[in-house]
Design a protein around this ligand. Structure first.
Ligand SMILES: [Zn+2]
Length: 142
């Protein structure tokens, strides 16, 4: 069911985690060596992302945002779930910037599951609402 080239049909949570682990292998992290993969399910399709670092460190982008932006580029704008895979123990949760980007595409943050896994088989999960309570959204803009 997995192809390296593009969006997929909806998958279960463990399949999403497997896609995040696959994406982790695509990370470009020559400086930090902190390799992260992400898989988002948006509008019924799955998109992968991996962190991409830059010699100008501030230009580095996280796996989560790469995946979300790939989805947005394909016209998928409704976030349903995300899985993130790193080698951290316990598994890393998305950074603040990524939480804000995830919120942008989550009409109901309490319904979005965020799962973090690592290569040791450890797993943590939250709702997006738990990770960014009272977050700023476009609903507050005029
Ligand atoms: Zn991030």
């Amino acid at each position: 069911m997995t192809t390296p080239d593009g969006p997929e049909t909806p998958e279960g949570g463990h399949a999403l985690e497997a896609r995040a682990a696959t994406a982790q292998r695509k990370a470009y992290a020559p400086y930090s060596k902190f390799r992260v993969g992400a898989a988002v399910q948006m509008s019924g399709q799955v998109f992968e992302g991996a962190n991409v670092e830059n010699a100008s460190y501030g230009l580095t982008i996280c796996a989560e945002r790469v995946a979300v932006f790939a989805a947005a580029l394909a016209g998928a704008h409704r976030l349903e779930a995300i899985a993130v895979c790193s080698d951290a123990s316990p598994p890393s949760s998305p950074c603040g910037a990524c939480r804000q980007v995830l919120l942008e595409f989550a009409p109901d943050p309490a319904a979005v599951t965020v799962t973090a896994i690592n290569s040791l088989g450890e797993r943590r999960a939250w709702t997006l609402a738990e990770l960014i309570p009272d977050g700023f959204s476009g609903r507050e803009l005029p």
